[in-house]
Design a protein around this ligand. Structure first.
Ligand SMILES: [Zn+2]
Length: 274
C-alpha cells in the first residue's frame, strides 16, 4: 500500500497564522528561506528514493524559478497552491478563477509540464464554497486536495468523505487530507502541526490503521519551513499561532526520515490514479 507524499511550498511568513503580524507588503523585504529549505527536502527525498507532489505558490515560482525546475527535474509532480496563499473563502468565484488560471500558467511556463493538481491554502474549501471545485475543473485541473474532513478552529468539513470522492459523478476528483476514525470521530493523521505534536509512534499507528483497516492510501503533507529551526522568529504573533508554528521544529527532519522509512510513498497522481 502506497501513500502520497506532499509538500506545500511557501515561506514561513506566508502562513495564515502570521497574516496579521506580517502584512503582505512586508513579504518582499522579509528574509527568504524557501529555496534553501525546499532544497533540503529535495535532498532528503533523493537520498530515500522518494517521489512526491509539490504544491507551489505562484508567488514563489516567480521568484525561485530554479527551484521549480529542480522539482520537475528530480521527477516530482508539480502542482498548484494558488498564487499568494489567499484562502478560497476570501475570493469571489471570478477572483478564484483568475487566481488559479494565473498560477497554473506561471507554473507550467517555468516547469515545462502540465499542472493537474491543486491544493487550497489552509484547506479552505468546505461545504460553503464547493463551487470552487467546479472552477478548478473548468480551468483544466484534474484533482483537488483541498478538504480536511475534521472539526478545527481554522478549517475543516467534518461531514466530508474521508477518502477520494466527487461531489457529482462528473465533478473533479477531491482527495481529502487523511484522517483516522476513532470512536465515531475523525482525527487528523495527514501531517501538519499534529505530526509534530504527537509522539511519532502514535502517528505511525494511525496511518498504519488507515492502510490496514480502511484498506486505503493516505496522504501526508508538510511545509519547507517545518524543517527550519533557524527561521526568523515572529515575536508579535498570538501565542497559539506561535505554539503551533514553532513546536518541535528541531525533531521534524528526524521524524520525516522515520516516516519515509516506515511507509511506501509516491506522487499524488500516481498513488490516487488522478
Ligand atoms: Zn499553504
Amino acid at each position: 500500500m502506497r501513500n502520497a507524499l506532499t509538500v506545500d511550498v511557501e515561506e514561513y511568513f506566508q502562513v495564515a497564522a502570521f497574516e496579521r503580524t506580517i502584512p503582505r507588503d512586508a513579504w518582499e523585504v522579509a528574509e527568504s528561506r524557501v529555496e534553501f529549505n525546499t532544497g533540503r527536502v529535495l535532498d532528503l527525498f533523493a537520498a530515500h528514493g522518494n517521489k512526491a507532489t509539490f504544491f507551489v505558490l505562484g508567488w514563489i515560482a516567480e521568484r525561485h524559478a530554479a527551484l521549480v525546475k529542480r522539482i520537475v527535474a528530480d521527477g516530482h509532480e508539480l502542482a498548484s497552491h494558488g498564487y499568494d496563499h489567499t484562502r478560497v473563502h476570501q475570493f469571489t468565484a471570478e477572483q478564484f478563477r483568475a487566481d488559479v488560471v494565473k498560477t497554473k500558467a506561471i507554473l507550467e511556463d517555468i516547469g515545462g509540464v502540465a499542472v493537474r493538481g491543486y491544493r487550497a491554502p489552509s484547506y479552505s474549501i468546505n461545504g460553503k464554497n464547493l463551487w470552487a471545485l467546479d472552477v478548478l475543473q473548468e480551468t483544466g485541473h484534474v484533482y483537488s486536495s483541498s478538504i480536511y474532513p475534521i472539526r478545527h478552529d481554522l478549517y475543516g468539513m467534518p461531514e466530508a468523505p474521508r477518502f477520494p470522492f466527487r461531489i457529482r459523478p462528473d465533478a473533479i476528483l477531491e482527495i481529502p487530507v487523511t484522517t483516522v476514525r476513532l470512536g465515531g470521530r475523525n482525527y487528523p493523521c495527514g501531517g501538519g502541526g499534529y505530526f509534530r505534536l504527537l509522539p511519532y509512534a502514535a502517528f505511525r499507528r494511525m496511518l498504519a490503521r488507515v492502510n490496514e483497516q480502511d484498506r486505503q492510501s493516505g496522504l501526508f503533507y508538510f511545509h519547507p519551513w517545518e524543517v527550519d529551526p533557524g527561521q526568523p522568529r515572529v515575536k508579535d504573533a498570538p501565542l497559539k499561532s506561535r505554539f503551533r508554528h514553532y513546536l518541535n521544529l528541531n525533531s521534524m527532519h528526524g521524524r520525516l526520515e522515520r516516516l519515509l522509512r516506515d511507509f511506501e510513498w509516491g506522487r499524488m497522481d500516481e498513488v490516487f490514479g488522478a
